[in-house]
Ligand binder design. Sequence first.
Ligand code: SAM
Length: 335
Amino acid sequence: MTTSMDAAGWTTAARIYNSAVASWAIAAAWEIGALDELEAAGVLDSDDYALSNGLNPPATLAMFRALSSAGVVHRDGTKITPTDSFQELRQTASLFHWLVRGSAELFRQMPSVLREENRVGDFYRRDPAAIARACKDISTFCYDPWFWRAMDGLDFDVRAVADLGCGSGERLVQILRRYPAARGIGVDIAAESLAVAAQDAAAAGLADRLTFTVGDMLELAPRPEYAEVDVLTCFMAGHDFWPREQAVRALARLREVFPNVRRFLIGDATRSVDVPDTELRVFTLGFEVGHDLMGDFLPTARDWESVFEPAGWRLRHTHRIDMVANEVIFELDRI
Ligand SMILES: C[S@@+](CC[C@H](N)C(=O)[O-])C[C@H]1O[C@@H](n2cnc3c(N)ncnc32)[C@H](O)[C@@H]1O
């Protein structure tokens, strides 16, 4: 029989358990702006920070304690300072947000989601607005430098861009800032995300050039405004085209729905190949386990490369980014 005497030796359990608690604290501290404020100030008093931000002081100290337990900050009473690991966690905080704010309900329901009998209809829930918020930040370090390299390589004037699975709409905002004469169309299946995207676009002064439509990118029908689109983008959403036959059909359909597209940029995480379970980078495990729970097929980069030609698209170039989840950007044009 196990006795309480053993508890001091349960260091593996403590490390895993405390990391789980710290994951929630990282996502929370990022969302409320505490990580930014600590970086800017170099030191914070937890009670002062709580009082000046309308937060409960003991609860706020508990959040910093969880961060301290995982080595993200040093804590001396209520005095909080960054550790050497702080920058790494601050940069990757949106990956934690994706997991514990955006996908929490899916992971919470794991026992039920595993059962075959439950895997029908809408058998899981996630928070699309939280995922859109996380992805807006994830994009800045996982895709944007390579995305802009691809855009800078365009040899034509951009008149209209459509972004499929646009989420927060941030990519379109950035593109329209770069191309002041261009118009943008954002398509997403989640109305909650588009409501936030429309507000952000209006705040950016782009309401007259940027429109958002609720729609399924697999089932789009031609529209007059789609015929004007010359650049099509799809970031962190392309795996929803899969499995293979459906992807070929959907990509071929997009070729017809957007008949004048000259460049199609698809950026997405891809399934890891032959990485030992104990050597996975941050995010890869959450991303792959999450999609397996949802029953989503996650293509490898090689799987992707096999569908373009049958769907009528030529692969001009593959950017192999390989940051946290084997990200790639494919540059396509019409065959
Ligand atoms: C991970 S987020 C990425 C958001 C955005 N592209 C970005 O780069 O930040 C994926 C988005 O794809 C949307 N999505 C998923 N399946 C879709 C579908 N079949 N049609 C349209 N949007 C879809 C989701 O609602 C979500 O906003």
